[in-house]
Design a protein around this ligand. Sequence first.
Ligand code: ADP
Ligand code: MG
Length: 202
Amino acid sequence: MIESEPLVVADRITRSYRSGGILVESLLPATCTVHPGDQIVLLGPSGSGKSTLMHVLGGLDLPTTGRVSWPALGQREELRPSRITDVFQGPSLLLPLSVIENVRLPLLLGGTRSIEATIRANEALARFEVDDLADKLPEEISGGQGQRVAIARALAVRPRLLLADEPTGQLDSATALLVMDRLLETVRELGAAVVVSTHDPR
Ligand code: ADP
Ligand code: MG
């Protein structure tokens, strides 16, 4: 694998669903490339297909037609838990696990040793100012706090590509700015690429 290879190449991908006998075309042919270090915003109104595109770019969903590949990252089975990470639009913390266990889990699955996983999880939580919530359960924290934990979880792994789907949707505008600043700063430090979706032009 060569360093300058693209992370993602999508070639005329579409995604349609059959819903109650009706064909819903969520994604018209989309062609795009994500390179290392890219910072990309997907801007569009609700229902325009942002989440659908993110899921296909990240290999969590398959295109109906067209092709997607990850030249610098490997096969679809190799992308997680470490090479691509996700901040999902909806709640995504695992309910039986505490905040810190949620952040530690992908690190442990990726082979990081337990002590190192704890250190990195704490660092990531502190960066997004939710380290004081480490021992709480997801149901004991707010939606916005949960979003910050999910961002910390996605970045603690040090991915090559972060896919963040409306990551500040539940935050007030001042906190959203702060969180986006920290997110982009972390992505830059890692030399990673990021795709962020939003319906908010700001
Ligand atoms: P966005 O993230 O921009 O709000 P989505 O990608 O979630 O948009 O959805 C795009 C379109 O695809 C919408 O019309 C939505 O209703 C439809 N859609 C998304 N997921 C499904 C599904 N699983 N089954 C049927 N239709 C879906
Ligand atoms: Mg969406």
